[in-house]
Design a binder for this molecule. Structure first.
Ligand code: NDP
Ligand code: 8X3
Length: 252
């Protein structure tokens, strides 16, 4: 059996890093991306060196950088079996009327445009081979709005609807698309959201059992191992300690 290749955006921490380790354990070749070169270099060294791991350091919101990274892949990494569109972030938790517009743009550029650039670049290779799998990381935030979620929730709702619509385009190509929608997971997510205010980030996980990055990596692995005629369209994965709350009311 030939060695398969997964490209993971945002492999330098959290879900992406955990997925890289898991797929490496199962003998897959990896294309790891992110903006932190040193972390990519360390992972490459740890998970098998240049033979097994290609690294691409770029910002997913830079369309030309994305295209150049795909074009520059070494020959043996060019047939991508799975694209894990994972790179993403939340910035801030202010009400819309007080939010920072730069943060809003950054979330749209990363979570929406970055995912689009990677998907559009890889899809022709997959449809040509009549084989491939796009796994997007959406969020419960795409389904369940919460105060201060505004644009982050909106970007993840985009990921959900885009995933569904692309599936419709791909009918007959054998290329699969899934959207995993995790709930609260302890990664660097909250440190990024609260801009390195670690005390505030820690509070998100205080007294509750959040998901681990490995829980989502295992979900990705499970999806990839479903039979090729099966497409799990959407998969919401929450901690047992999290559920959807009631509607909000303002009362005088
Ligand atoms: P982390 O902050 O731990 O990881 C985010 C990854 O995305 C990092 O590797 C980071 O790499 C990369 N990334 C962020 N922005 C960019 C960019 N502009 N260009 C390239 N890479 C980028 O968080 P998670 O692992 O938790 O997040 C992964 C995904 O899961 C995100 O899409 C997030 O929205 C989603 N999610 C997270 C949940 C949670 O509770 N943790 C729940 C639901 C969804 P680098 O900084 O090196 O560029
Ligand atoms: C991350 C989960 O609830 O913080 O997508 O938005 S949440």
């Amino acid at each position: 059996m030939s060695t398969k290749t997964i490209m993971i955006t945002g492999a330098t921490s959290g879900f992406g890093e955990a997925s890289a380790r898991l797929f490496a354990q199962h003998g897959w070749n990896l294309i790891l991306t992110g903006r932190r070169q040193q972390r990519l270099d360390d992972l490459q060294q740890e998970l098998g060196g240049e033979e097994r791991v290609a690294t691409c350091c770029f910002d997913v919101s830079d369309r030309h950088a994305v295209e150049a990274a795909f074009k520059g892949l070494p020959e043996k990494f060019q047939a991508i079996d799975v694209l894990l569109n994972n790179a993403g972030l939340a910035l801030g938790l202010e009400p819309a009327q007080e939010s920072n517009l730069d943060d809003w743009e950054n979330m749209v550029d990363t979570n929406i445009k970055g995912l689009l650039y990677c998907t559009r670049t890889v899809l022709p290779m997959m449809t040509k081979r009549q084989s491939g799998y796009i796994i997007n990381i959406g969020s419960v935030a795409g389904n369940w709005p919460y105060p201060g979620g505004n644009v982050y929730c909106g970007t993840k709702a985009f990921v959900r609807q885009f995933s569904l619509a692309v599936r419709a385009d791909l009918l007959g190509t054998k290329v699969r698309v899934s959207n995993i929608e995790p709930g609260n997971a302890e990664t660097e997510f909250s440190k990024v959201r609260f801009k390195a205010d670690d005390a505030r980030a820690d509070k998100v996980y205080e007294g509750t059992r959040a998901l681990d990055a490995d829980d989502i990596a295992n979900t990705v692995w499970w999806l990839v191992n479903t039979p090729e005629h099966v497409n799990v369209t959407t998969m919401e994965v929450m901690p047992t300690d999290e559920a959807n709350g009631p509607m909000a009311f303002y009362r005088q």
